[in-house]
Design a protein around this ligand. Sequence first.
Ligand code: PMP
Length: 409
Amino acid sequence: MNDMTPTDMQETDLFSKFDALIETRRSLLATGVTDPFSLVMEKVLSPTTAICSGRETILLGTYNYMGMTFDPDVIAAGKQALDDFGSGTTGSRVLNGTYAGHRAVEQALKDFYGMDHAMVFSTGYQANLGIISTIAGKGDYIVLDIDSHASIWDGCKMGDAEVVPFKHNDIEAMEKRLKRIPEGAGKLVVLEGVYSMLGDIAPLKEMIRIAKENGAMVLVDEAHSMGFIGPNGRGVAEDQGVLDQVDFVIGTFSKSVGTVGGFCVSNHPKFEIMRLVCRPYVFTASLPPSVVATAATSIRKLMHAGAKRTHLWENSRTLHKALTDLGFKLGTAEPQSAIIAVIMPDLERGAMMWEALLREGLYVNLARPPATPAGMTLLRCSLCAEHTAEQVAIITGMFERAGKAVGII
Ligand code: PMP
């Protein structure tokens, strides 16, 4: 018998598993570098500028691809909804949390994608978590790209399916994995349109053809392509002419749409049952009325944003060429999306470069493992349709000065 009282027992510190990370952080900050993960936007002036540490800064590290956050119609819709419906729903979608605005934003999504069903979640993270864990269950198989977003991996972990990863964007590896799955088992192939760390796109056309030949359903996360890529901004699947073969498109309101929320659109005839069985949809409060109103307005405007899309492609091409010409190593040989990843030699110089850019008046994302593939440290630049050609030229000059100061170019 153990006669020790609980207070006598040696407590195991559950935080000891974080010791290595705490030490990495401590030694990085000991060099005197500004903490890249605790920046505060003191005032946001526009989709492309903010006050950070007291100075005006160009934003090149947001997901505000289409610059909708300050669109006057979007803001007016949000204010009106606040007045008309209050600040929050205080309930789940399946109880008191479905307002007219939630239905309206789902209709806007159906119209945007030309699909039969749309289901809105509180975040894109929850959309992946919910849809993946609910549709792929015990005895089913999920075949997914190894560089998939954390929310996809977490959705896999939450469900009971067998998870089979394959090498990033490797069509043959995907096919091999699919062919090894036992006959008759349910199969879900999970892909992304744009992979957000390097800004590269997936060969969806070939991958979806092979998935279908092997009897798999297909889910594509178009978080980073919605609004921008494809003739109507529906994403990479639209651009490659295969949207009609995608069973489930996952997306988010936190990027091109310019607010917060997530969704799944589908033509599956039984899709609506998801509203009753998908736990991350049922067991959480619905989005505030102001958020769904801004999202619906933004989505409807994105249907007619061809000129913005053209300008954003110009920005992406211009900056990609300028940084290549300066001698920076980039994540893709050609610009494939609105994301341009600048590969840093190591975390220390990555943090120094990040800080040098901030001092110049430029904010980019510092990305490091485990978010990045192959242990890379990246400075991720995401362009916005509201960046002017002049801003892109200023950004290039900032990269040149900072890159030379830190000794990267
Ligand atoms: N999928 C991908 C590919 C993402 O990059 C992200 C967010 N960065 C999400 C899903 C989650 O979106 P949200 O911010 O709406 O939770």
